[in-house]
Design a protein around this ligand. Structure first.
Ligand SMILES: [Zn+2]
Length: 503
């Protein structure tokens, strides 16, 4: 073993920047199909001394000696990044083994051998209700066979995090890092979900009928969710060919020119090796930000492009004078998701549909309603998921958690039947669901603010762009809750969200 280098915080930050740049660029090359073999392990090995316990101790000591304010916050984020790196270095082998086992698993569908991932992708495009039902069931059965190993990985990872952070309670640890009370958040979300139930039921019945047809069960299974999300019956209007042009023009009306923005590298080509999921890779914000999409056809392409454009503009728009930590490191994902959600929200404006797709007012309202239905469905699913996860982790240290409540909560919230044995595959690390849900509340507040300040045309006003630019300039420094106060709202004010959900 070589002697481990322990760096000062400033050296640590600049070495971390190099590491994240190399790792991001490698991930990008593999994802877009430029490289066939990932050399990620080699990069991790090269930078191994960034994530040692000695380094963690040094960062913690520096943080304790710093006075409150930006400097302490910066050291806090460096320390937490180091902490997460220590845990993931020790977990990498087991996590990879689990992932590779899942990747290697095959199911048999009508005489065809399919990997689990391909079967899941196929569920989104199979037109026949009964076929989705059959394929969904064999896929979920096969996936559930990995539950013992999933639970072991979860347990080991949690024990390690508890030890490395010094906080044995998963909920308390995440509340501290996010700077919010998850139980208060849960209470506000439960209220939003309850108060919008009547509106949701109306939308759901109408769109279940349109999308799943009359042969559906009263409570259809979750095997149909991917298919619902694609809104296949609308695919002929929202063609693959126009996605890039329409989205670039939409963003241009806000005053952002993606094609001549030097910080954003666009990769919009259709290549067979390229992953179909749209993403943003902020390799070195603000100057190197990749926006990657690959249109597949359907309204979902347009939503995904606008969503990712929101992330890209945020990272590419941060003040280059900020310390690196406040350009690329955040406590959670709740801030940047506000900006992706607000751009995606443009697809809920009926006039956007009428303008770009030559629809009658009636058709435009109907198609915009489809996006509201999906939004409400996902919001309710995530709220139920957060509630389950909070209960799960509350009992974790006593009885190990267990699936109790997963099926009941998700099924009741959505009107879609979720299987109890899917709870582990559906669990996100670090209460990611809470970050999305905070962004849901906040982006609704932001939209209400823009409508109040700029009127119903907010989504095609360069003035909206100016206001967003001012927020983007702050980088990753503010919390989602600080943005609420900039907009004149209490963090848990769900009024604007209820309006979005049609309540
Ligand atoms: Zn996002």
């Amino acid at each position: 073993m070589s002697v481990t280098a322990v760096r000062t915080p400033a050296e640590y930050e600049s070495q971390l920047r190099r590491y994240l740049y190399d790792r991001s660029e490698e991930g990008r090359a593999v994802r877009v199909g430029e490289k066939e073999v990932s050399e990620r392990a080699e990069i991790v090995a090269r930078y191994r001394d960034l994530f040692s316990r000695e380094q963690l101790g040094a960062l913690r000591a520096a943080e304790e000696n710093a006075s409150a304010g930006d400097e302490r916050e910066r050291l806090y984020r460096l320390r937490k990044t180091c902490e997460a790196g220590v845990v993931s270095a020790e977990m990498a082998e087991r996590e990879d083994a689990l992932e590779n086992a899942v990747l290697a698993a095959r199911i048999d569908f009508k005489g065809e051998e399919l990997p689990i991932r391909s079967a899941q992708a196929k569920l989104a495009v199979l037109a026949e209700y009964r076929e989705r039902e059959d394929l969904g069931e064999v896929t979920a059965d096969r996936s559930a066979e990995f539950n013992d190993e999933r639970l072991e990985v979860l347990r080991t990872g949690e024990e390690l995090e508890a030890e490395v952070s010094g906080e044995p309670d998963m909920v308390a640890r995440n509340e501290e890092e996010k700077g919010v009370s998850l139980r208060e958040l849960e209470a506000a979300l439960a209220q939003a979900s309850e108060r919008s139930t009547a509106a949701y039921v109306l939308l759901r019945d109408r769109w279940f009928e349109r999308l799943l047809g009359p042969e559906r069960e009263h409570v259809p299974s979750s095997y149909h969710v991917a298919y619902l999300r694609r809104l296949s019956p609308l695919a002929s209007t929202y063609t693959k060919d126009r996605a890039v042009e329409v989205c670039i023009d939409t963003v241009k009306r806000l005053g952002f020119d993606l094609e001549s923005e030097p910080n954003i590298r666009l990769d919009l080509d259709d290549r067979p090796q390229k992953s179909p999921r749209a993403c943003v890779i902020p390799s070195d914000p603000p100057s190197v930000v990749h926006l990657i999409t690959r249109a597949q056809g359907g309204l979902h392409d347009y939503q995904a492009f606008l969503h990712e454009a929101g992330h890209a503009l945020h990272y590419a728009g941060c003040d280059p004078e900020l310390p690196y930590t406040f350009r690329n490191i955040s406590r959670d994902h709740a801030l940047t998701e506000i900006y992706s959600y607000i751009l995606e929200a443009i697809t809920r404006e009926p006039e956007w549909h009428a303008h770009y797709f030559g629809l009658s007012d009636e058709e435009a309202v109907r198609n915009a309603e489809a996006t509201t239905f999906l939004e409400a469905l996902l919001f309710r699913r995530y709220t139920a998921k957060l509630r389950f996860e909070l209960d799960y982790w509350a009992r974790f240290n006593e009885n190990g958690g267990g699936p109790e409540g997963y099926e009941e909560r998700l099924t009741e919230a959505t009107g879609i039947r979720y299987r109890a044995d899917a709870y582990l595959a559906d669990m996100d690390g670090g209460f990611y669901s809470a970050d999305y849900l905070r962004a849901w509340i906040r982006s609704a507040q932001l939209r209400a603010y823009l409508v109040r300040e700029l009127g119903e045309n907010w989504w095609r006003s360069a003035e909206t762009g100016e206001r967003l630019r001012a927020l983007f300039a702050e980088g990753t420094r503010p919390s989602s809750e600080e943005i609420a106060s900039r907009l004149g709202y209490q963090p848990l004010d769900i009024g604007p969200l209820l309006h979005e959900l049609g309540a």
